[in-house]
Design a protein around this ligand. Sequence first.
Ligand code: WTA
Length: 633
Amino acid sequence: MNYQIKNLLEYTNAYDKSVSNPEQFWEEIANGFQWKKKWDKTLDWNFDTPKLEWFRNGKLNLTENIFEKLLPTHRDKTAIIWEPNDPDAPSIHLSYGELYIETCKFANAMKAQGVQKGDRVIIYMPMVPEATVAMLACARIGAIHSVVFAGFSAAALADRIDDCQAKMVLTSDGNFRGNKQIQVKAVVDEALSKTDSVEKVIVLKRTGEDVMMHSGRDIWWDEAIAGQSEVNQAEEMDSEDLLFILYTSGSTGKPKGVVHTTAGYMLYTYYSFINVFQYQEDDVYWCTADIGWITGHSYIVYGPLLAGATTLMFEGVPTYPHPGRFWEIVEKYKVNQFYTAPTAIRALQVHGTEPVEKFDLSSLSVIGSVGEPINEEAWHWYHEHIGKGKCPLVDTWWQTETGGIMIAPLAGITPNKPAHASLPLPGVQPVIVDAEGNELIGNNVEGNLCIKFPWPSMIRTTYGDHQRCKDTYFSTYKGMYFTGDGVKRDHDGYLRILGRVDDVINVSGHRMGTAEVENAIDEHPEVVESAVVGYPHEIKGQGIYAFAICDSSEKSNEQLAEEIKQLVRKIIGPIAKPEHVQVVSGLPKTRSGKIMRRILRKVASRDLSNMGDISTLLNPEVVDEIIKGAGLY
Ligand code: WTA
């Protein structure tokens, strides 16, 4: 496979070149793709505005680099293996040739329903091959997709539809997840009652349950594609035309639409995929993420398909119908590369090794981790029991905003150190800075993680609000992209990510802004004020702990706490539901009125050591009350 690094020396050479001459480094990789017209300027950037352009005036269509480029050699190769939620239901194998036909038919169907280049299309779907088809069909016709995780609530979906003024929603009647059947279409109907930009909804029949179809607006997937041509002329896109928007949480209340564009994202997801996982032509690769997250975008769909890989898509959950389900699937398809999240590993670890030992995992050659820091215990369990001590474990650090993996071992090539993401990929220039933004050089240093030079798949803007992009990522430290993560460079020079340094909580690898949860809690009629913090959670990595001041004479604290939990679940979705809600009479505040979250984090973590000086608080007496209320005395 072209551009695949084969040994440590090649890595060092590629890395050095990518730093000394980044333009030339990426041009060579770009030359391996199909362009309708080559670019005239490789990179134009400044981190102040910020302005970020790669391959200016290049013309291409990303899907031509999956289909037109690969079909001559890959037509009959399996592109997607789909494993359904129910192990007894039939699986699906889609070849590149079949995926091409499905994509063209659906692209034509969307056009027939009025979608044009530049229109936004929301994808709110289960993990089925049609979801991938939908993404590719959007890319084919130049529509901008925004996939929304199908576990989000109607209100969260409505916010996203509204923010990008989507014209179409693609969804299903329902959704199977483990032993649950989720009514997806009803959520869409509710969301659409709150927004008015959507003109058409295409509904895939998945569960077969009864749903309301609004005449003139809703159409079944099968009917939409009936009679559509199996070919489609790909739209000509500029390198910097939007490929997709993906909403993610930040430290302010409203999720932001991270924007990725066509050429840079294409190059980087391809390049990082083949190098980190060391994919070989006949391998079967499986990433367990949901396509609603960036990991699903980059490493179920785009990276693997651009590399002509066989990518496995699983509809279900790790523990249904039994805790060996992942391993059963590895055995069934002889999976070679397996990529999952620490939270899944920890959840399975609880069941011991028996469910693992029932299955033959000898096909595995690489195992990977993403989404949150992997603790050493989980790392060792994963390495020993799943990787049988022989598979490199790639701990991949990256973000929705980075588009692709930034810091990670290249499997079997660069060193594998427990709980360390290790070294940057070629093209990535990480720096560690102190609070003032001074770069910390050398080993054994700890600080905030920034990136000082652009890479092709980096965020371009936050949709509809460029200032927000600047404020969030480019203003904390001048001339650098700030990741929001803390990092340590150890005595060997390997990087270890320490977790978020801002008000973002990472629950089971899902990013939640504390402000976003607080906004939801504040909707409760009896809540006066709230504060949300994260605390260490054995399985989820972090859990959500909420403190709320309530004004109620009738309800008990337990009742209020339960109502608040249910409210957050309704407003954002089950993933945001706080583990604990503590009703308090006041929140610790500084004299300027700022909530002292540090103290709340201590209480939530049940660790009262090093509480620090609380005498400067406006209301030191509430601290005692909060500690008592948490049952810590
Ligand atoms: C965290 C997921 C430690 C980090 C691809 C980052 C990690 C946030 C790792 C992005 C890792 C992701 N080690 N922390 N290997 N991978 N993170 O946008 O805090 O959902 O900023 O992207 O997850 O989460 P996001």
